[in-house]
Design a protein around this ligand. Structure first.
Ligand code: NDP
Length: 330
């Protein structure tokens, strides 16, 4: 590719964010040892927050948004990578301090790059994206805490979203009995198609609950936070564990210590953005092994670069189901 290319650029004008698809040249890109021809990016909840400006994600302007990218190395000054290598990046401050994936080309630091596992093409890598890789990090945390398929059901909150959808598919494939909590009754068949056996109405977890409640879940993956996470902790079985990764329902945690001190429940924090490389590679290896590609396809839609601002508004409004891949060349 020569000459100019397109990118979604966030600017700040009079203290307000403006988002536009702009034409860039190679000379506009930041410094970085590896130039990548991007094939696909994706829309995660954080991308929604960044483009709508609902939470200040972009810390520098102008900013090329997009926390994920997958493509092919075009030029490399790093001995680790050569032209033609298939690579992806998740997080590492893309769209915050560093230019990200909503672009046809990007210059990046080699230490951010993960090789796309042989099991996936670039589109599948982005169908997984940060959401799917985070779902796998949560599964790994639960496994590490001793949660096993025979221990009892595992609850996934925010089930219809990206993290939730991939988490259900992974857990079901690994043999867990999966309960899916959703606010959208109309997606029950979709969630069961991914492997959930029980649907839990979001509203039953959203209101103020008991500090300690009937034991239900051997484990949980929580995308919602707030009162929901407090209630999930209160319903977790003795010696169970809850992996907390999200804030779709709030950032507070109005819980008590009872689940921890009476039931030995573990609350496990999960961060994808600054996760060390060894953890990333382990998660991507496990995704290649444990994620059914047909289910991944069934939860994914592909959209052109120009639609990212609309899709960002959709995801923060809770209208997105599963995963949205961005074809940056469409
Ligand atoms: P999505 O928007 O795809 O999924 C979020 C889901 O949460 C929605 O689909 C909806 O599911 C549910 N939801 C939305 N609004 C509310 C609400 N007000 N109250 C309760 N439930 C709600 O986002 P992602 O899957 O990409 O991300 C999920 C969460 O995880 C986000 O908060 C995101 O910021 C966080 N995240 C954190 C990462 C980390 O590194 N820790 C990495 C990736 C994501 P339904 O309609 O089925 O109820």
């Amino acid at each position: 590719m020569t000459g100019s290319f397109r990118a979604v650029v966030v600017d700040e004008v009079d203290g307000k964010q403006q988002v536009a698809v702009k034409s860039l040249k190679l000379g506009d890109l930041p410094e970085g040892d590896v130039l990548v021809d991007i094939a696909y990016s994706t829309v995660n909840y954080k991308d929604g927050l960044a483009l709508t400006g609902r939470i200040p994600i972009c810390r520098k302007f102008p900013m090329v948004a997009g926390i994920d990218l997958a493509g092919t190395v075009a030029q490399s000054a790093s001995p680790e990578f050569k032209p033609g290598d298939r690579v992806l990046v998740n997080g590492y401050g893309l769209s915050e301090r560093y230019w990200g994936g909503y672009s046809q080309r990007q210059r990046l630091r080699p230490e951010w790059l993960v090789r796309i596992p042989g099991a996936f093409d670039a589109k599948q890598a982005m169908a997984i994206g940060t959401a799917g890789y985070t779902a796998m990090l949560c599964v790994l945390e639960l496994e590490h805490a001793g949660v096993r398929p025979g221990n009892g059901p595992v609850l996934v909150t925010g089930a219809g979203g990206g993290v939730g959808s991939v988490a259900i598919a992974l857990l079901a494939r690994l043999g867990y009995e999966v309960a899916a909590s959703t606010g959208r009754a109309e997606i029950a068949a979709y969630l069961k198609g991914l492997g959930a056996t029980t649907i839990v109405e979001r509203a039953t977890l959203a209101g103020k609950g008991k500090p300690i409640d009937a034991e239900q879940w051997a484990g949980a993956i929580d995308c919602v936070g707030g009162q929901t996470l407090a209630n999930v902790l209160a319903q977790t079985r003795y010696d169970g564990a809850v992996a907390a990764c999200g804030l779709a329902g709030g950032t507070d945690l109005p819980a008590t210590v009872y689940p921890f001190i009476l039931r030995d429940v573990a609350l496990l924090g999960v961060d994808s953005v600054m996760a060390p490389m060894a953890k990333r590679v382990a998660a991507w290896d496990r995704l290649a092994r444990d994620l059914d590609p047909a289910l991944l396809d069934s939860m994914t839609t592909v959209e052109p670069l120009a639609r990212t601002p609309e899709l960002a508004a959709d995801i923060v409004a809770g209208r997105t189901r599963g995963r949205v891949v961005i074809d940056v060349n469409a």
